[in-house]
Design a protein around this ligand. Structure first.
Ligand SMILES: [Zn+2]
Length: 323
């Protein structure tokens, strides 16, 4: 199959889920049931849209680093920090050596797997981004912290692999924001995947400076990079050619910061641009980033268009022979 479709991870939470979670009268059992229902719903929506490799929509996570820093030993919380606009997150501080306590995503994965027959992608926040988005009050520098976090994340991935997860995406959005740190950030990625077999590894990086990623990311022992390209109007794809990139590409063809629904032609144009630099069998198709900030109906419509574009492009290529 050409151009398998997937998501980056997050999906808009249903309004009734948010109401239940914020209702002080709701019991923890009611909240747990609502979360289960929400996961089944968003997986089915992705399936209805035709997505080949869905995720559980990260229904059980509030924010991409907080979920992990709450569960990894060595962190404490310093209260809300403003990140952009009126968005806040509870910034963690490292106050001791970080350590793995117990599985963080295994239950989430097992529940998702029993909710679908499709292959599931499990997103996990990477060590560099967790280190970059935390206050460091213990380690000599960010690199030392990130390397220790890499071993914690590796232990979680070992737990996931043992539970049957076979497609794990390491989310590293911070990696394109500090160009001078990319060389050692890639080292931490390799620490994460070290010695783990039977798992397909993707890495998601979005926004920021993609030129700074090269040539370093070519050294990452992962199968795929899932990158945002719609937002940057498919510029920077030539970097892949310039550096003879030969991994798979998760091509972002849906803008998650804009509620206008793309056309099928726009999706096909994006895939066409990627075909100028990579052979078709290397190209996966996904949105630029997580969908969680979109209206849920808009997210669903965008996924439908994305899948239609991928399927039409596949049909055209198979019909016409190789481009
Ligand atoms: Zn992203």
């Amino acid at each position: 199959m050409l151009f398998p479709t997937s998501v980056i991870g997050s999906y808009p939470k249903p309004k009734w889920l948010l109401r239940t979670l914020s209702n002080p009268k709701a019991s923890s059992e009611e909240k747990a049931r609502a979360l289960d229902d929400a996961v089944r719903l968003v997986i089915k929506e992705q399936e209805l849209a035709g997505v080949d490799i869905p995720s559980d929509g990260e229904m059980r996570r509030v924010e991409m680093t907080e979920y992990f820093t709450e569960r990894i030993g060595g962190f404490t919380f310093k209260g809300p920090v403003r990140v952009w606009g009126n968005n806040y997150f509870n910034k963690a501080a490292v106050v001791g050596k970080v350590y793995y306590k117990s599985p963080m995503l295994v239950d989430e994965f097992l529940f998702a797997r029993q909710s679908t027959n499709k292959r599931i992608k499990v997103p996990i926040t990477g060590p560099y981004t967790i280190a970059d988005w935390s206050f460091n009050e213990y380690y000599r520098d960010k690199r030392e912290l990130a390397l220790d976090l890499a071993s914690v994340i590796r232990q979680e991935i070992q737990s996931l692999a043992k539970a049957g997860a076979d497609f794990i995406q390491i989310d590293e959005p911070a990696m394109s924001t500090h160009p001078e740190e990319v060389p050692w950030a890639v080292e931490t990625l390799n620490e994460v995947v070290k010695g783990i077999n039977g798992v397909k590894f993707g890495v998601h990086i979005c926004y920021g400076n993609y030129r700074a990623l090269f040539p370093y990311i070519l050294e990452a022992k992962v199968d795929q990079f899932a990158l945002e390209f719609t937002n940057r109007r498919f510029r920077d794809l030539d970097l892949l050619k310039e550096y003879s990139y030969d991994k798979e590409l998760g091509l972002g063809v849906i803008d998650v910061h804009n509620s206008r629904i793309e056309t099928v032609e726009e999706v096909k144009y994006g895939i066409g641009e990627a075909l100028k630099v990579l052979p078709p069998e290397k190209i996966y198709v996904n949105p630029d980033c997580g969908l969680k900030l979109l209206d849920k109906t808009v997210a669903f419509e965008k996924l439908k268009v994305m899948v239609r574009g991928a399927r039409e492009m596949e049909a055209e290529i198979s019909g016409n022979g190789k481009r």
